[in-house]
Design a protein around this ligand. Structure first.
Ligand SMILES: [Fe+2]
Ligand SMILES: [Fe+2]
Length: 295
């Protein structure tokens, strides 16, 4: 079993500055970190899938490092269009998993039942991403190394369409060539992305594509074909990816915030399965016991 928390699009600014003059991304990431730390089952690792900072400044990465400190499990980073590779290397290079030579910040995470491939889709100075020839060759070589192991791919820019036209115009280019490499393989559990600031799923290249909501602001849900890009402050969230050998990859969206509950399932006597102990998530008797215990 492997449990991964995917946080994405953190857009950290220097302390005291808000992203776009509106979003307190530091406070929002601190809330995300607290939410992950409070999960009853602790993730084996956290993957932050790009747009870690808003401008790629050293100061922003240093603040990011400080905010992530309370997490007891390893945290892995990949860059997005708002990041700068050289400054990521400067602040996080010592963690040991980021390649310190070569252009791209690609790597694999071994040692878990689920293998993870982290891709760098960044085109410096551009909003869109790309899987160009060297990156495709690197991906193919990694996949060919262990063709039978369940594998999950993380990348910032989705290589698939989402119906959000203004975001799709800056997604990952050369995607058909990447799909060609994935298609026909049976071990690719998922291509998990960020960038679009919404929870999205799609069947793509013989596997499943997903986008995690941002831990900060969300892109407005507008599926009309136009180029107006706006964001709002819908509830932020992150994805919990649970890999089980008998089930494959199961993904939950966790919302970040303080919500009423939890409440016991106190069944009404008129409930059709009231006497069926197997049918109820929690029987009347055990719910009452739970209520007694919590008093
Ligand atoms: Fe973003
Ligand atoms: Fe992005």
């Amino acid at each position: 079993m492997t449990l991964i928390a995917q946080i994405t699009d953190l857009h950290i600014r220097p302390s005291g500055k808000k992203a776009y003059g509106v979003v307190d991304t530091e406070a929002m990431l601190r809330a995300a970190v607290a939410s992950i730390a409070a999960q009853p089952r602790q993730p084996d690792l956290v993957m932050a899938s790009g747009d870690l900072t808003d401008c790629g400044l050293v100061e922003e990465y240093e603040l990011l490092r400080d905010i992530l400190k309370p997490l007891a499990m390893p945290v892995y980073l990949i860059p997005g269009n708002h990041d700068r590779r050289e400054n990521m290397r400067l602040v996080f290079g010592g963690d040991g998993y980021l390649p310190m030579n070569g252009e791209f910040l690609h790597y694999t995470i071994e040692g878990h039942p689920l293998r993870i491939i982290a891709l760098d889709t960044v085109v410096p100075g551009k909003g869109h991403g790309e899987m160009d020839a060297p990156r495709l060759a690197w991906l193919k070589a990694r996949l060919d190394e262990q063709p039978d192991r369940p594998t999950m791919i993380f990348m910032h820019h989705p290589p698939f369409p989402t119906g959000l036209q203004h975001m799709d115009s800056i997604n990952c280019r050369n995607a058909p060539a990447m799909a060609e490499i994935l298609r026909g393989r049976t071990n690719i559990e998922r291509v998990a992305c960020g960038h679009h600031h919404r929870a999205i799923q799609i069947r793509w290249a013989g596997t499943v594509g997903s986008v995690s909501p941002s831990v900060a602001h969300q892109v407005v849900l507008d599926l009309l074909p136009h180029d107006d890009a706006t964001f709002n402050m819908e509830p932020p969230g992150y994805h919990l990816h649970l890999w089980q050998p008998d089930a494959g990859l199961i993904t939950h969206t966790a919302f970040i915030g303080h919500f009423a509950g939890p409440y016991p399932f106190l069944l009404d006597p008129d409930y059709p399965a009231f006497k069926d102990k197997d049918a109820a998530p929690v029987s009347h008797a055990s719910a009452a016991a739970t209520a007694r215990k919590s008093r």
